[in-house]
Design a protein around this ligand. Sequence first.
Ligand SMILES: Cc1ncc(COP(=O)(O)O)c(C=O)c1O
Length: 338
Amino acid sequence: MTEPARLSVADIRERIARLPRLDIALKNTPLEEAKNLSKLLGGPRIFVKRDDLTGVALGGNKLRNLEFRMAHAMKDAPDTVIVGLDLQSNSARQTVGACNKLGLKTILVLEGKRPNMVQGNLLVDYLLGADVHFADDRDHQRRLLDSLAADVRKAGGRPHILNDNPMFDVASAVAYLETTIEIVDQLAALGLKPNCFYMSSSGKGQAGMVLAQKLLDVPFVMHGVTATDEFHIPSRTAAIANETSKAIDLGIEIAESDIVNFDGFVGKAYGVPSDAGNEAVRIFARTEGIVLDPIYTGKAAAGLIAHIREGRFAKDDVVVFVHTGGTPAIFTWNSLWA
Ligand SMILES: Cc1ncc(COP(=O)(O)O)c(C=O)c1O
């Protein structure tokens, strides 16, 4: 890695402010100390960044990146946003919520079949008024995105296919660079500095936190825990971080070896709950009243809990767990809890 250019927080904020942006998410989300959780685990001080409380359509991490992605999309003055995602996608739910706030129609093309029992994110998609279509696989999804866009055009509308939005990855990284600054400020107000972060990561938000790690004058470790084996997260995270560094002129380079990501908590597969993840969901709920989800945040919390049990932290270490949302999945997986 090249020597980091020492940008001040004001410099970083100024770089971020160069990007077009809309106000969609509730930001400055609370940072809550989880004292009961820490006591139960005999662990370090644990602070939970409540990015499940970003406001729109039950909240989550995607609302922060949608501020940049939708600002980019709005240059073409669309009236309809079309997006292809997974059947139970948190991103889909938050996109429909954001589009409602912006007065845009949303067409979702979700990969999978309409289940007999509509639950979780899909239920909220319908409640929010999305026009929902189902695709058999990625190729079918792509064809549907294009044909639905053509239909909108034929009817005199202006479609924007969000999958083709070039801000997809950079927007998430910028959002979580900013979130890390928020967290560091919140801890500084308590006279504390973070030692370590944990976050569920497919590489985008983590890229922003790794940029923050290199830029800010606070030494901490960033631990991503992946919920998927679809990607090689370290190379993907470094690539997104470098694309972001170029896009907003941060003047630093991130190497794959700078990325710490744990892939041992995926369980059977992406989208399938794991025993350790489910235990973590129960522990957070029963100690702190914080509801995680069994697909992303529960698995990340399983990583945190396993590492505390291994004795990796000292009592006065400050560990931040970023709650990235995803809670509607508890209803999809109702038989796990009752
Ligand atoms: C709840 C939740 N946490 C974490 C992630 C991963 O975020 P990223 O894509 O920024 O790595 C997602 C992505 O879908 C998510 O829905």
